[in-house]
Design a protein around this ligand. Structure first.
Ligand SMILES: [Fe+2]
Length: 300
């Protein structure tokens, strides 16, 4: 964990030009920049071709959609039989290719969980921002949209790997009260940005967007960074605040007198909130994944 994420080597490793790492305004504006070669190479068409056949991927580690509408999983997965056990939802490369041929988009999710290079990269970034880092790869057929216009709750880096993609950007709501998910098609467009291979786009959380593949199709990698919502302070303090009250402490029977007891309870809660150590609260917001992230030594 570093004090300033912008000076963390894992953050700088995203950018081909170190000065651009300092230019980015988190949560403020979208920014187009050149991605470092190491980031461009994390996911390639060849790797995807390999993973689909040999990666043992099972739905929903991958998905197929048309313009953001999911295709039925039974149309791109198969059940395999292994020693009389049925493995459902296995990737079927030929069916997926047929979907892509018909204008579909293939989305791979969370490659950091099965590719160590992607995993190392994500762990570094997650530590830098004291949050989470997840990856998605979008392979979109020529001229097709990968999604409907929507807002995400995470801050996102889109790295163009093959082909081009035109990003349509909508508004960025002010304040923190907005919903993730689809937005109306007639929402005012603020900018269109075309990404070429090696280009990257920072999309702050909340900024409405959708992307359309160019005439030769598109492969892009999305790195999605999540930081804890401030309201998580409530979750962090729940146990401590519960401890303010004795387990069997109860309100009196009947409504009379309950407001007085509630007033006293709120006073005690306020005192406990006041006494909470902000540094300790901040520290507990960071929830590193317990899942192993590197090969483990076997016992003998
Ligand atoms: Fe998105």
């Amino acid at each position: 964990m570093s004090e300033d994420y912008r000076t963390d080597p894992a953050w700088a490793a995203l950018f081909a030009k170190p000065e651009q790492a300092q230019d980015l305004r988190w949560g403020g504006e979208h920014m187009r920049f050149k991605a470092a070669d190491t980031v461009r190479e994390l996911v390639t068409r060849e790797l995807i071709e390999h993973w689909l056949v040999f990666g043992n991927l099972r739905y929903p580690q991958f998905n197929v959609s048309y313009g953001g509408d999911g295709a039925p999983p039974t149309t791109f997965t198969r059940t395999r039989v292994l020693n009389q056990h049925q493995l459902t939802g296995c990737a079927h490369a030929d069916d997926i290719i047929e979907h892509l041929d018909r204008g579909g988009t293939l989305v791979l999710s969370n490659m950091e969980q099965y590719d160590q290079r992607v995993g190392d990269f994500c762990r570094g970034l997650a530590n830098a921002v004291s949050g989470t880092a997840q990856t998605y790869a979008y392979l979109t057929a020529p001229d097709q949209f990968g999604s409907r216009p929507h807002r995400d709750t995470a801050d996102v880096f889109a790295v163009q790997i093959e082909g081009t993609k035109q990003w349509t950007l909508y508004d960025l709501p002010t304040g923190g009260d907005w919903n993730r998910g689809h937005i109306d098609d007639d929402t005012q467009v603020t900018e269109k940005v075309v990404l070429e291979p090696g280009d990257a786009l920072y999309v702050p959380a909340g900024l409405g967007h959708r992307a359309q593949a160019g005439p030769t199709g598109s492969l892009h990698l999305t790195i999605s960074l999540g930081v804890p919502p401030v309201r998580q302070v409530i979750d962090v303090l729940t146990e401590e605040l519960r401890a303010v009250f004795q387990r069997q402490e109860a309100f009196p029977p009947g409504q009379a007198g309950r407001a007085e007891v509630a007033r006293d309870a709120l006073r005690r809660l306020a005192a406990a909130v006041e006494a909470a150590d902000p540094a300790a609260v901040a520290d507990r917001l960071v929830r590193p994944s317990e899942w192993p992230h590197e090969a483990r030594r076997l016992p003998w």
